[in-house]
Design a protein around this ligand. Structure first.
Ligand code: ATP
Length: 322
């Protein structure tokens, strides 16, 4: 695979604010690179530097030349904020932007790909927020770009639409389109990206395949047992005595490093001690854990979105639901 995008020591400040602070990276043909990072980390500024839409220090080459010199139909860009003419329908918009290129993608095919076929005759201003975002994604695709930059492409798009868009992006990448995207949705990046870069305070603090980053920084699998406050202390002591590594929260006990086959032994231990609990939830580390670990950010509670509830005490049998 050849390198489509190469950035070396990119720096961009706005007055005293250092938005991008010496970023170097490269992305290969057909690769999906996911850029994550807290609000204000510099993701949009970096995309603007990589696309030549803002001047920055350092060097960027796209297809071996400066981004400003690259033939315009080879790059697609969906900016974070973008408002196309509002009194055009979705179909007219796609056709209008397509008309700027010699060999655009077929309008109907784009409308179909982004799930707007049924709303194609609605003015942009009358589309819902998610439909507007779909239309903007469609506009970024009109020139059949070889390199596609998407700054938070799925913001506001419903879960079914998001998954459809993921499928579309995977298909584009499989056919050789290189994709550079930013997102605050860790499941989106984990699902899509071949490699992930975590930007913090303008610097790339980690780059790697999602699985590798999760292995290195995601921590252990966890079994979260929700117990009544009065049972918390005895639950902790029973489980600790049984050799588990335990941590307690406000109303839950967390056991680290538990594999699914160990869960029944844990249940037996707490049942034998007659400890009342509301639920058991098993989680394995995700990209979100990597994000939280490396950025040092925290949130209230222990549950993560990928959690599998393995048992509620009212249930007759242990059952795994995703
Ligand atoms: N045009 C601008 N003028 C002044 N400061 C700016 C400008 N654009 C960005 N900044 C500042 O640069 C820093 C990085 O902003 P940027 O928009 O690149 O972050 P981001 O990671 O994309 O954030 P978000 O996740 O919220 O979209 C922030 O401190 C922001 O306030």
């Amino acid at each position: 695979m050849s390198e489509v995008l190469v950035a070396d020591d990119i720096r961009r400040s706005y007055g005293d604010t250092v938005a991008v602070d010496g970023v170097s990276l490269s992305v290969s043909t057909g690769e999906i690179f996911g850029l994550i990072g807290p609000n204000g980390a510099g993701k949009t500024t970096l995309i603007r530097a990589l696309t030549g839409t803002t001047d920055a220090e350092g060097t960027v080459t796209v297809f071996g030349e400066s981004p400003k010199s690259v033939q315009s139909d080879r790059i697609g860009l969906l900016p974070q904020s973008f408002t196309p003419p509002e009194r055009l329908t979705a179909r007219e918009l796609i056709a209008y932007y397509g008309g700027l290129y010699d060999a655009p993608e077929e309008t109907e095919s784009i409308l179909d790909s982004v799930g707007l076929a049924e709303s194609a005759d609605t003015w942009y201003e009358k589309l819902s927020g998610g439909q507007k975002r779909r239309a903007c994604v469609g506009i970024a695709l009109v020139n059949k770009p070889d390199l596609l930059f998407l700054d938070e492409p799925t913001t506001g798009i419903d879960p079914v639409g998001r998954r459809a868009l993921w499928g579309l992006l995977e298909e584009l990448a499989a056919n050789g389109t290189t994709i550079f995207l930013t997102s605050h949705s860790m499941d989106e990046v984990e699902q899509l990206a071949d490699r992930v870069g975590l930007l913090q305070n303008g610097s790339l603090v980690a780059v790697g395949e999602p699985d590798t980053l999760i292995q290195e920084h995601g921590g252990t699998s966890r079994l979260v047992i929700e117990v009544a406050e009065k049972a918390l202390e005895s639950a902790v002591s029973v489980l600790t005595e049984s050799g588990y590594t335990v941590e307690s929260g406000v109303s839950e006990v967390v056991i680290h490093n538990v594999s699914p086959i160990d869960i029944s032994a844990v249940i037996k231990t707490i049942d034998t001690a007659d400890i009342q609990y509301d639920s058991l939830t098993w989680t394995e580390p995700t990209l979100e854990d990597v994000y939280l670990q490396l950025t040092g950010e925290t949130f209230e509670g222990t549950f993560t979105p990928g959690a599998s509830v393995v048992k509620e005490q009212a249930a007759e049998e242990t059952e795994v639901t995703q």
